[in-house]
Design a protein around this ligand. Structure first.
Ligand SMILES: [Zn+2]
Length: 172
């Protein structure tokens, strides 16, 4: 098990054959495409990946990566903390053609050469795990939306003029 900064480039087949586990952290700023969807680049990504060879001789990468990121709340447009977690269940394939031979239980990772950049693989999975829209759990703007709904409910009640007319009638 290797702990600490994550390697930039890895030979995933070699790691799989050695049964290497990679655990470590990387700054969110090392994942620029992920950061494009975020309010800022503050935070770290924790990664825990196990490289292995399964019973069918397929080289696999399993594990998870998680982070807490800042996304723009779509109600108040302020920054909101969002927990993101990605699960990995990858099988290494040498080509698009080889992907067809993989069991469907794996997500294919096409590695044509020997080495790949590790972070983009993690980044892509984290991007897929991002919520489509972010909201504060207790967003202050949510309250006024609540009021708006209450107003809408009022519209379904009897016309206020008819209520007024009733009051006038009672006063006579
Ligand atoms: Zn909000």
């Amino acid at each position: 098990m290797s702990n600490g900064p994550l390697p930039i480039r890895v030979d995933p087949r070699k790691l799989a054959e050695r049964g290497v586990r990679l655990s470590g952290e990387t700054a969110l700023g090392t994942m620029p495409n992920l950061c494009q969807a975020l309010a800022d680049e503050e935070g770290v990504v924790s990664v825990d990946l196990q490289f292995d060879v399964d019973q069918q001789g397929i080289r696999t990468i399993t594990g998870e990566a998680h982070s807490t990121v800042n996304m723009t709340c779509q109600r108040c447009l302020e920054s909101a903390r969002v927990a993101v977690e990605a699960e990995f269940n990858l099988a290494i394939a040498a080509s698009e053609e080889a992907v067809k031979n993989l069991p469907r239980s794996y997500d294919p990772l096409i590695v044509e050469g020997e080495e790949i950049e590790l972070l983009p693989v993690i980044e892509e999975e984290l991007i897929l795990s991002l919520p489509y829209d972010a909201y504060h759990d207790d967003c202050s703007v949510q309250t006024s939306f609540g009021n708006a709904e209450a107003v809408a409910d009022d519209n379904e009640k009897p016309n206020p003029f008819s209520v007024l007319a009733q009051l006038k009638a009672n006063n006579k």
